[in-house]
Every structure is written in structure tokens, then in C-alpha cells.
Design a protein around this ligand. Structure first.
Ligand SMILES: *[C@@H]1O[C@H](CO)[C@@H](O)[C@H](O)[C@H]1NC(C)=O
Ligand SMILES: *[C@@H]1O[C@H](CO)[C@@H](O)[C@H](O)[C@H]1NC(C)=O
Ligand SMILES: *[C@@H]1O[C@H](CO)[C@@H](O)[C@H](O)[C@H]1NC(C)=O
Ligand SMILES: *[C@@H]1O[C@H](CO)[C@@H](O)[C@H](O)[C@H]1NC(C)=O
Ligand SMILES: *[C@@H]1O[C@H](CO)[C@@H](O)[C@H](O)[C@H]1NC(C)=O
Ligand SMILES: *[C@@H]1O[C@H](CO)[C@@H](O)[C@H](O)[C@H]1NC(C)=O
Ligand SMILES: *[C@@H]1O[C@H](CO)[C@@H](O)[C@H](O)[C@H]1NC(C)=O
Ligand SMILES: *[C@@H]1O[C@H](CO)[C@@H](O)[C@H](O)[C@H]1NC(C)=O
Ligand SMILES: *[C@@H]1O[C@H](CO)[C@@H](O)[C@H](O)[C@H]1NC(C)=O
Ligand SMILES: [Cu+2]
Length: 558
């Protein structure tokens, strides 16, 4: 650029601060297979750019992100930018057959979206098949230029991705389960930044190391990328100050244990309060439904103080038992929106759509399911097991294609039963592609009620395209009269994924200000595969900025 032109641009930027545009950040995601050795055995996994965990996307609030995803594997691929609001850009959201058709082998697609009104830790992952087991990475959204964090600036920031590792191919694991009608095998290890740490079957297995200096504070950007397990996270001899979840600031609070469900993110500060030594980091499962099989192996990593001799002993920590409901409740109960002048909690005070979604399992006939004795386990919402369409719902909506979905998703169970008590004798569900229609800007409340069908169980429910406020939570069956009176409408935590407690309910509220088709599903991959999913269809508004933007020209076709 010539000097005077550059000067003019600078002056223009300075005197026209009306529409502050961020930078454009470009990434190329090459989806390729890569050989990896873990737990003393080697296998091929699907990765982005040969990395596991995948590359971190860095952006600032208001930036536009362009990711060219190139599919070089044998599977169909699509990628979801988990927690990004995608205002009017549902075409870039990613869930296969919901907002786009998959990117076929040999093809590519440029995801194009802007980060608006969000800052903190989010993540990206494949949203098709079980590919997200290894196709995932962090998204770090820094505050706008010149804006500080609303807490002391840490000395260093570190992404900590938690996950699960299977010795078998994960597609074989889910395919075997869908064929039998029974639950898939649990994983062979939990992992912290890709590594399980030493385990009895493979003592040489290494673990992630976090190097620290005494007196400094570190910001950990925690992400639970596990397929099927909520996790406890602890560091021996250290406490956390939680400052943000799902890219929304919270009122800081101190805790020695973090609970994080698949899909959720948690940013916490840790002060290096010791003088030397090695301290164990542990990630272990939380599963308080005794009937549900769990991978009970604890992943380990270490905090290393600088100057510590390698022979120094490691300070241990004992992870909470898998059924430590009280530890889980205490963590969840501490979460509150920051609700400051700059970051208010705009909770809808009243609602236009008051919905009750019963989430849980069911049992359908399956003649080919020999291991399941002619039945298969399914899952659903309000007795509807979601049937994946073969055309993306957003395309069907935008182009007025008929026959892809119906708009009669039930806002309440047709047949209410004692959800957390005795289940009905007929556990069958209905298989259909139904959406629930919401007018633009309507205020919505959804009470997510766990059912005890087969077994009560916690379900981390994720809503695409939105954050919601978690206004209430309780055990047993939700009582609209007495429970609603106790809702927190002042500073409830705002997030994109919330766990329905095992044998209980959780109430969320949001304003439907983002037109499009938005997936709502359990983030336990086993339950999603079994059909615990549905979609909201949010209509366009009448204003100039209240309609879905046209699809990009390279949007994959079915
Ligand atoms: C990204 O989308 C915006 C509209 O939201 C458009 O103006 C821009 O040209 C797009 N960029 C690319 C590289 O497609
Ligand atoms: C699942 O576990 C069973 C029992 O250990 C084993 O026989 C089977 O091969 C496993 N399936 C896969 C796909 O690894
Ligand atoms: C983990 O589960 C396995 C199989 O269910 C069991 O044999 C083992 O004792 C458990 N280990 C721990 C530490 O609970
Ligand atoms: C957790 O499980 C252990 C072992 O099965 C049991 O002894 C204990 O009572 C359980 N605790 C709770 C709170 O259910
Ligand atoms: C199938 O039936 C056999 C024989 O009655 C029984 O042992 C087995 O537990 C049953 N399996 C399932 C998944 O119900
Ligand atoms: C779909 O139908 C609506 C309402 O009838 C109309 O406004 C819109 O232009 C149609 N869209 C397309 C792509 O045909
Ligand atoms: C769910 O739907 C199935 C199939 O239509 C039906 O047989 C069953 O009774 C329904 N159950 C409930 C609780 O509505
Ligand atoms: C629509 O968006 C443009 C560009 O972001 C903005 O300048 C304008 O104020 C918006 N209009 C309304 C009614 O929100
Ligand atoms: C990939 O997606 C296309 C478009 O939906 C579909 O026709 C094709 O069968 C899929 N391929 C595989 C291997 O599933
Ligand atoms: Cu679930």
C-alpha cells in the first residue's frame, strides 16, 4: 500500500468507529489419517493436520474466522465450532444433515463466521459419525483489543483438552454397538492433552507436563472432548479460581475440584503456591448411575515446578469416586454469571414458549439385533427418537423443500408418566424427523427432565446457535408450580451445554434471536447415536438483520 493510502485508511478507521471490524483469521484444516501410539499399541486415527489434539484457533472478539476444511480421509466429514453463536450464519455451524451436507472425500468447504459478543474458551470438533473422538481442538477468543480480562492477568495461558482413548477404531466401536443393539464398549483410557499418563497395563506411557514457576498464576483453558464421560479434574496441593465457562465470564469462585461434562469448557486460574516439586493432575469420571458402565481409569499429568530435580517425589491426589454426586452438585451450585455492567445477564423475565422435554432411553424392536435378543436400546426426547434426514434441515428450510421434516415436535410429552419413578410398561419410541418452530425473538423456557427408563442418568444437553441461562435445577420430577418460584432470574450461569442431573431436571431460558435450524442434543455420543436429539427452527424476523444470510457458493451438496 502507498503511504498516503495507508494513512487515509488509518484516519478512516479512527474517525469511523461505528462498525468496528475485527481481523480476518485464515486456517487450513487438512483432515488426514495419522499413526499414533498410545497405551503401548499403535493405530491409525483421523486428525486435523496430523495433530492430536488438533490445532488451536486463536481469535479476538469481532474477528472473522475462515477455515478451509479439506477432506483427505475415506469418511464424510463436517466440523462444528462448538459454542460459536453463528449469528445468521448457520451454514457454518457444522452438524451433518442439520445445517449442511457432509464434505465428501476429496472435497473441501470454507467455514466463514464472525465471533460476536463472546470471549473465552470454546472448541471445535467433527460432527458426523464418531470422528470427534480424535478430530477436535480448542478455540481461544481473546477480548477486544485493549480490553483487559475482568480478573488479574495470568503469567501464561494453557489449553488443557480432556478426552478418551480407545485401542480399537472408534467407528468399529459404534458400528458394533448399533449392530448388536447394546451399549458400545467404554474407552481404554482417559487422556489429558492426548496422553493418559502411566497405567498398569503400560507403565511407560507418558503424560502431559505443565511447567510452572513459584508465585506465578496460570490460566488453564479446560475442554472436555470426551465422547461419553463427565470428568472431575484436580491438581494435588492446588486450588482453582473458576473465571469463565462456555465463553461467558462467571463470578470467580475457588474450588479444589472442577466438574466438566462433554461439550463444556471451563477457564480457571491456578497459582503456583508451592516452592518446588511435582504435583499430580488427575482427570477421572463422574457417573452416579450405578447401572451405567464407565471407563474408571484416571488420566494423569504433572505440574513441574522449575528447578525441581527429576527424582523429586510426585504429590498425589485422590480423585473423587465415580458416584461423588455431592462434589458435582457443589461445583455446579457455585456457578453464577458475572452479571457486571459490561457483562450483564439478560435473562428473559417471562416466556412465550414453555416447553418440557423428557430426555432418556427407550427400547425398540430390532430383528437383526441378536445380542440384544431382538431389541435395541434407543434414546429420545418426548418419546421421539430423531431420524437423521438425507438432506440438511437448514437447506430444506431455506429452499422450501418439502418432505424432509415436519414441524410437530411435541413441546410437552404426549403421555406424561412418573418420569423418575416407575417407567411405563411400553418402552418403545417413535422414530421421526421433527423440529419445533419458534418465531424470531420469542422467549423460550425448556425444562429438561431426565427419565429413569432403563436407568436414570445425567445427560449433558448442548444447544447450537445459542447460549442459555440455567435458571433452575432439582431432583425428581419437575413441579411447575413450586419449582418455578425458586428460579434464579438475576445471575444464573449462561452456557451452551448443561447436564440434566441423573433422576432430576434442569430449566433453561433463551431468546430466539438467531434465525436458522439449531440442533439440540445430548453430548454423550452414545446417546446422540441412539437418537437423543432434535432441532429448533427459528424463523426469520422482519428487520434488516433478522434473516438467515444466503448460503455460500461452496456449501456441500447431498
Ligand atoms: C464470508 O462471509 C461474508 C458475509 O458474512 C462475506 O462478506 C465474505 O465475502 C465471506 N468470505 C469468504 C472468503 O467467503
Ligand atoms: C468390545 O469389547 C469386547 C469385550 O472386551 C471385545 O470382544 C470386542 O472386540 C470389543 N469391540 C471393539 C470394536 O473393540
Ligand atoms: C474398574 O472397573 C473394572 C471393570 O468394571 C473393575 O474390574 C476394576 O476393579 C475397577 N477399578 C477401579 C479402580 O475401580
Ligand atoms: C459410591 O459407591 C461406593 C462403592 O460402590 C459405595 O460404597 C458408596 O456408598 C457410594 N456412595 C454414594 C454417595 O452413593
Ligand atoms: C438375552 O437372553 C438371554 C437368555 O434369556 C439372557 O441370558 C441375556 O441376558 C439376554 N440379553 C439381553 C441383552 O437382554
Ligand atoms: C420460501 O418461501 C418463502 C415464503 O413463502 C418465500 O418468501 C421465499 O422466497 C422462498 N424461498 C425460496 C428460496 O424459494
Ligand atoms: C411412544 O411412542 C410409541 C410408538 O408410537 C408408543 O408405542 C408408546 O406408547 C409411546 N410412549 C409414550 C410414553 O408416549
Ligand atoms: C444491521 O447491520 C448493520 C451492519 O452490521 C448495522 O450497521 C445496522 O445498524 C444493523 N441494523 C439494525 C436495524 O440492526
Ligand atoms: C457421504 O455423504 C453423501 C451426501 O450425503 C452420501 O450420499 C454418501 O453416501 C456419504 N458417504 C458415505 C461413505 O457415507
Ligand atoms: Cu445423554
Amino acid at each position: 500500500m502507498e503511504f498516503p493510502v495507508r494513512l487515509l485508511v488509518l484516519i478512516a478507521l479512527y474517525i469511523l468507529p461505528v462498525t468496528v471490524q475485527g481481523d480476518v483469521r485464515k486456517y487450513t484444516f487438512n483432515v488426514v489419517t495419522k499413526q499414533m501410539t498410545r497405551l503401548c499399541s499403535t493405530k491409525q486415527i483421523v486428525t486435523v493436520n496430523g495433530k492430536f489434539p488438533g490445532p488451536t484457533i486463536y481469535a479476538r472478539e469481532d474477528d472473522t474466522i475462515l477455515v478451509n476444511v479439506v477432506n483427505n480421509v475415506k469418511y464424510n466429514v463436517s466440523i462444528h465450532w462448538h459454542g460459536i453463536r453463528q449469528l445468521r450464519t448457520g451454514w457454518a455451524d457444522g452438524p451433518a444433515y442439520i445445517t449442511q451436507c457432509p464434505i465428501r472425500p476429496g472435497q473441501n468447504y470454507v467455514y466463514n463466521f464472525t465471533v460476536t459478543g463472546q470471549r473465552g474458551t470454546l472448541w471445535w470438533h467433527a460432527h458426523i459419525l464418531w470422528l470427534r473422538a480424535t478430530v477436535h481442538g480448542a478455540i481461544v477468543i481473546l477480548p477486544k483489543p485493549g480490553l483487559p480480562y475482568p480478573f488479574p492477568k495470568p503469567h501464561r495461558e494453557e489449553v488443557i483438552m480432556l478426552g478418551e482413548w480407545w485401542k480399537s477404531d472408534t467407528e468399529a466401536v459404534i458400528n458394533e454397538a448399533l449392530k448388536s443393539g447394546l451399549a458400545p464398549n467404554v474407552s481404554d483410557a482417559h487422556i489429558i492433552n492426548g496422553h493418559p499418563g502411566p497405567v498398569s497395563t503400560c507403565p511407560s506411557q507418558g503424560g502431559f507436563k505443565l511447567s510452572v514457576e513459584t508465585g506465578k498464576t496460570y490460566m488453564l483453558r479446560l475442554i472436555n472432548a470426551a465422547m461419553n464421560e463427565e470428568l472431575f479434574f484436580k491438581i494435588a496441593g492446588h486450588r482453582f479460581t473458576v473465571v469463565e465457562v462456555d465463553a461467558v465470564y462467571v463470578k470467580p469462585f475457588s474450588t479444589d475440584t472442577i466438574l466438566i461434562a462433554p461439550g463444556q469448557t471451563t477457564t480457571a486460574l491456578v497459582s503456583a503456591v508451592r516452592t518446588s516439586g511435582k504435583y499430580l493432575i488427575a482427570a477421572s469420571p463422574f457417573q452416579d448411575a450405578a447401572a451405567v458402565a464407565v471407563d474408571n481409569r484416571t488420566a494423569t499429568a504433572t505440574v513441574h515446578y522449575s528447578g525441581t530435580l527429576s527424582a523429586a517425589p510426585t504429590s498425589l491426589t485422590s480423585p473423587p469416586p465415580r458416584n461423588a454426586t455431592s462434589v458435582a452438585n457443589s461445583f455446579i451450585g457455585s456457578l453464577r454469571s458475572l452479571n457486571s455492567k459490561n457483562f450483564p445477564a439478560n435473562v428473559p423475565a417471562t416466556v412465550d414458549h414453555d416447553l418440557l422435554f423428557a430426555v432418556g432411553l427407550g427400547i425398540n424392536r430390532c430383528h437383526s439385533c441378536k445380542a440384544g435378543n431382538g431389541t435395541r436400546v434407543v434414546a429420545g426426547i418426548n418419546n421421539v427418537t430423531f431420524k437423521m434426514p438425507t438432506t440438511a434441515l437448514l437447506q430444506a428450510h431455506y429452499f422450501n423443500l418439502s418432505g424432509v421434516y415436519t414441524t410437530d415436535f411435541p413441546g410437552k410429552p404426549h403421555h406424561a408418566f412418573d418420569f423418575t419413578g416407575k417407567p411405563p410398561s411400553n418402552l418403545a419410541t417413535m422414530k421421526a424427523t421433527k423440529v419445533y418452530k419458534l418465531p424470531y425473538n420469542s422467549r423460550v423456557q425448556v425444562v429438561l427432565q431426565d427419565t429413569g427408563v432403563i436407568s436414570p442418568e445425567s445427560h449433558p444437553i448442548h444447544l447450537h446457535g445459542y447460549n442459555f441461562f440455567v435458571v433452575g435445577r432439582g431432583s425428581g420430577n419437575y413441579n411447575a408450580k413450586s419449582d418455578a418460584k425458586k428460579f434464579n432470574l438475576v445471575d444464573p450461569v449462561e452456557r451452551n451445554t448443561v447436564s440434566v442431573p441423573s433422576g432430576g431436571w434442569v430449566a433453561i431460558r433463551f431468546r430466539a434471536d438467531n434465525p436458522g435450524v439449531w440442533f439440540l442434543h445430548c453430548h454423550l455420543e452414545v446417546h446422540t447415536s441412539w437418537g437423543l436429539k432434535m432441532a429448533f427452527l427459528v424463523e426469520d424476523g422482519n428487520g434488516p438483520n433478522q434473516s438467515i444470510l444466503p448460503p455460500p457458493s461452496d456449501l456441500p451438496k447431498c
